[in-house]
Design a binder for this molecule. Sequence first.
Ligand code: KIV
Ligand code: ZN
Length: 512
Amino acid sequence: MSNKRSIRIFDTTLRDGEQSPGCSMNLQEKLEVAQALIDLKVDVIEAGFPIASPGDFEAVREIATSLGNRGVEICGLARSNDKDIDRAWEALKQSANPRIHVFLATSAIHREFKLKMTPEEIIKRAVAGVERAKSYCDNIEFSPEDAARTEIDFLCQVVEAVVKAGATTVNIPDTVGYATPSHMRDVISALMNRVPNIDQTVISVHCHNDLGMAVANSLAAVQAGAGQIECTVNGIGERAGNTSLEEVVMAMRTRHDVYDFDTNIESNRLVPASRLVSAVTGLHVQRNKAIVGRNAFAHEAGIHQDGMLKNRDTYEIMRPQDVGFAATDLVLGKHSGRAALADRAKQLGFQLTGEQLQSVFEKFKQLADKKKEIFDGDIVAIIQDEILGATESEWSLVTYQVELAYKSTPRISLTLARDDQEKTVEISDGSGPVDAAFLAVQQLTGVELDCNEFQIQSTTLGRDANGEVTIETDHEGQTWRGRAVSMDCVEATIKAILNATNRILASTRQPV
Ligand code: KIV
Ligand code: ZN
């Protein structure tokens, strides 16, 4: 990286990313993602919004306590008031490198309609928030929410005041994804040129993707002088999401001729991190997604394949290995041993504990009995199930039987267990096996779910492939996702419904 300007990567997958509908993660899942972010070598992990709920608080506290000494800064979000800031500090204080992130909206529309505050009151509240946070730790970030739509003169005044109060980073959010690259460049240039104490802080950008320009806007901001980019794995986040970490990092790394800067990111961890976040949130990565999509390096047209065989540079600007795709899809089978599986898991980017490896190996053997060849997609699915299925399973599947006939109502007998107690229901209802499974699970667990989306996709090629079921459901006005994998699609469906149900039961989350 040498003489290139180093851009800090502030990852907000666990905070803004988790705010996407249905993307809430439990503690175990957040810890797995935080570990993946450390492996990626991000500079800052925004672990959550501690005041938002006891679950958020606990997650930030746990990440700060158990991973806060690993060289990465752990950050917690707070509105600009004493209660939020005190709670954030309470969660962060065990970390070796804590950062408090205080925010307050500054745009005219937010001032008038949301906050009902004058510009003078905004500056006063922002400064008070930074000073309060500063009484706890040195590392303070301030965000003027909706900065991209804030009058530039007022934004300069706010930034000057919070830097004077001690903000070591000032983040410029395009909260509603309204900016364009030239707009973002102009905002950052104005701050660089007009705020007298701007050299005492790092300017950051936080772009939403409503117009599909978050990555381009972040790069434009960095060209104008920003030193930090806020982003998320797979670009998840509010509405259309945030700047995608993998895209913004690889744009800088691939186009050094244009961007004279780089990051500390270990790019070969991008695909494993993407897979993990996709499994944890249930949000599939589109096949043609840049960098981490399944087709990102697939060459279909004959003329392209011919060119690739002659010289890969004809059609390839990055190597798949550089972003973490395995060089070959190695096939394992029932004679493959634990060492081969462990080695493959490592190459796919998973670091399993001895206990996890044992359990994954057992599932691998069971699958190998049914299926001759085990591909990377199968192994990833087993590992993700192991890592994610190990979360608080309130209800688990014992057995089921379904009777189906053309144009007739399905019958289902379902047995579930909870706390070592089994319960069975038999019903003849529903428009098909999926509906019947929802009804039966609902009767046994008492948790009502409306199904908004049901998806099934194979994890590998072939008729004997595993099916991955993901569902998006509504429960009392909140969205919840569920996911499960099996060669038996009905089993995967029941387990995905149970996964969503268990998340609801385990959750203590209350909206702020
Ligand atoms: O989009 C936004 O404005 C935010 C702030 C809290 C930084 O997420
Ligand atoms: Zn945001």
